[in-house]
Design a protein around this ligand. Structure first.
Ligand code: PEP
Length: 651
């Protein structure tokens, strides 16, 4: 397990943070601050914890020499602007003056060290140098995903001397890229372009086994066309690239993955702006012409593929996009990717530049900050900077993680869903010690999944059928949810019981079907006001649980959450008092214990019924309440974020 910074008590600590601030400078100013912004969640999280921060980074390739143009000062200026607080600097990254500056830091202060690569020991992963860096702090956090493929002193060496944690950007990169390899929503389309097949051969080979289709454009497509016997004139992609492409074609023939090559291309005699150009079929490239973009027919075909995708990974432009004359293919396909409701991930320096040129960046699920690191990760290679963060023995207290769940019922359109997450995701960024779940209407599930990909927010369904398939108009099966990538499902909500006559026996089948499909059910129970007043709360709730959990095995109990929701409190504005909620929730645990023994300690029991920002803290202070199921108050991003961020009583 990698340890994240949210798994470790950091309050008041001096923390060495390796960041990726390798940004372009011009005239002593940062001209693109994307990488600095990407590190802000980790930096602000640590500052919120009252930490003092020593930031370490490299800039360019000074090769062990002091190069004035590669000093960190302009980066410190931009970081200070973004943080709205001063950022101190030092003339070096190690040595007595640096040690004095680091130890003088107070909580909330930030120090940015001078360029690590002014010392050759950094890239040599020198142990003494690593130890000197480690001596500047009490804890190390690595948020430099872009440098994680290098075993350098500041990424690997230092982890031998300090408790070492992954930063939020590092975790996000690993989660999103990891999901591409592990469990992509299908169909999984890979759009590949750029100059050389040989640069991406490792990723192509891996993707032939993982993706449903690879759409190839850019100069590398020419190598494939040549390998298939087409004349490519003066196009880039000839020579040794053709043999590499031929190897890929042979490998592709034995996989399920479709390799889609251009049918038409835009050709010109010169790769310059304004050069006369024409669109030709790939068999008609003249000997004195070069292919500089995919043609309109190919772009349309790529767009058709992209529109059907569940996941898209884009690496490499599809033509000479820097020149307007040859940018249409990259632009059309890029726009289709950005408009897709699927999980969209872009990686690689040129891809990021293309996405930025066409204004697509903000509409991607994730734009990777690491070119080389993301490629090596997707090839399945171990990243030294990541492996160094593996938990070396320290264990995080098990306990029951709070589950903060929202049930939107039949509220919010697709557009409103997107709007909600645009506000909610930043409001809960950095919350990693509790599970956050939103259950939107079924029709919004895909939108919600795409909007939350890579974040800590989980998405659940509000109901499902117990059958795997069949003539059940309007219903959804567990496997359908699973395929979509939905991890949770609410079962037996009182409104479903009331309006759709859901009964305990059917619910037992649903719980079973959910578990069989790998979903985590949230089983609801609760009594009416009449039942409570007649003293029948325990009989009612106990009976619902006995039957509803009837087909659950002891070992899988921890996968089930139970939501106690007194019907008289749902949507009425009448909240059970904390004592009432605690009393019944503790009864629920006892009842579960009767059948499942100590496994009952692992099951999360939630309270639901008019939970609001104003009563969450006192409800969560009850010893048996492990979370909440929230209706009305989950519709407002800020209010639900406050609920998620409930304040624990002092120990
Ligand atoms: C619910 O529907 O599960 C619920 C608890 O609703 P509310 O929070 O609006 O009472």
């Amino acid at each position: 397990m990698k340890r994240s910074l949210t798994d470790y008590p950091l309050a008041g600590k001096r923390v060495l943070v390796r960041v990726d601030f390798n940004v372009p400078l011009e005239g002593g100013r940062v001209v693109d601050d994307t990488r600095i912004r990407a590190a802000l969640p980790t930096i602000t999280y640590l500052l919120d914890q009252g930490c003092a921060l020593v930031l370490a980074a490299h800039l360019g390739r000074p090769k062990g020499q002091v190069v004035d143009d590669l000093r960190m000062a302009p980066v410190a200026v931009r970081l200070a602007e973004l943080l709205g607080r001063p950022v101190k600097t030092t003339a070096d990254c190690v040595g007595p003056a640096v040690e004095a500056a680091a130890s003088a830091l107070r909580a909330g202060e930030v120090l940015l060290l001078e360029n690590l690569r002014f010392h050759a020991e950094e890239t040599a992963n020198d142990g003494v140098f690593a130890k000197r860096l480690a001596g500047l702090a009490e804890v190390y956090v690595d948020d430099a995903f872009g440098s994680a493929h290098r075993a350098h002193a500041s990424t690997e060496g230092v982890t031998h001397y300090l408790p070492s944690l992954a930063g939020l950007l590092m975790i996000r990169e690993l989660e999103i890229l990891g999901r591409l390899l592990r469990d992509p929503a299908r169909p999984f389309m890979v759009v590949l372009g750029g100059l050389k097949v040989s640069d991406k051969i490792g990723v192509i080979e891996k993707m032939l086994g993982a993706a449903d289709a690879i759409l190839v454009g850019g100069a590398m497509a020419n190598a494939f066309l040549a390998a298939k016997g087409y004349g490519i004139g003066l196009s880039k992609g000839d020579g040794d690239q053709v043999a590499v492409a031929a190897k890929v074609l042979t490998a592709a023939a034995t996989t399920r993955c479709e390799l889609v090559l251009p049918r038409d291309v835009v050709v010109a005699r010169d790769a310059v702006a304004g050069a006369p150009s024409r669109v030709v079929g790939v068999s008609s490239i003249a000997a004195d012409e070069m292919a500089l973009d995919i043609g309109p027919e190919t772009a349309a075909e790529f767009v058709r593929h992209v529109r059907t995708a569940g996941t898209i990974y884009w690496n490499g432009p599809l033509g000479l996009f820097e020149l307007d004359d040859f940018s249409a293919g990259t632009k059309a396909v890029g726009e289709a990717i950005a408009a897709s409701a699927s999980v969209t991930v872009a990686g690689g320096g040129d891809t990021v530049a293309a996405a930025r040129r066409f204004g697509l960046e903000a509409r991607m699920t994730h734009v990777s900050t690491g070119g080389g690191a993301s490629m090596e990760f997707l090839e399945g290679r171990a990243l030294p900077g990541v492996d160094a963060l593996m938990d070396r023995g320290g264990t995080v207290a098990a306990g029951r993680r709070p589950l903060m769940a929202g049930n939107w019922k039949m509220y919010k359109t697709r557009v409103e869903t997107k709007g909600f997450f645009a506000d909610f995701a930043p409001a809960v960024a950095g919350v990693h010690d509790r599970d956050i779940l939103i259950c939107p209407p079924a029709i919004d599930l895909e939108t919600a999944l795409a909007a939350t990909a890579g974040s800590a927010i989980a998405i659940g369904a509000q109901t499902m059928h117990f059958a795997a398939e069949g003539a059940f108009t309007g219903e959804i099966a567990a496997q359908m949810l699973r395929e979509l990538g939905v991890p949770y499902v609410i079962l037996g909500h009182s409104e479903r019981r009331q309006y759709y006559a859901e009964n305990d026996a059917d619910l037992a089948r649903k719980v079973r079907a959910a578990l069989d499909a790998g979903l985590r059910p949230v089983l609801c129970c609760g009594e009416t006001l009449e039942e409570r007043e007649a003293g029948r709360t325990e009989a009612k709730v106990g009976g619902q649980l006995d039957v509803g959990l009837g087909e659950v095995g002891v070992a899988e109990l921890a996968l089930v959450a139970i939501a106690y929701e007194p019907i008289w409190a749902i949507g009425t504005g009448v909240t059970a008092t904390p004592d009432q909620a605690q009393e019944t929730v503790s009864f629920v645990r006892l009842r579960v214990r009767e059948r499942f023994g100590d496994a009952a300690d692992g099951v999360r029991i939630l309270y639901g019924g008019s939970v609001k920002a104003g009563n969450i803290d006192v409800l969560m202070a009850q010893p048996d309440i492990d979370g909440v199921l929230v209706g009305g108050s989950s519709l407002d991003a800020q209010e639900f974020a406050r609920i998620v961020r409930f304040v624990e009583p002092p120990a």
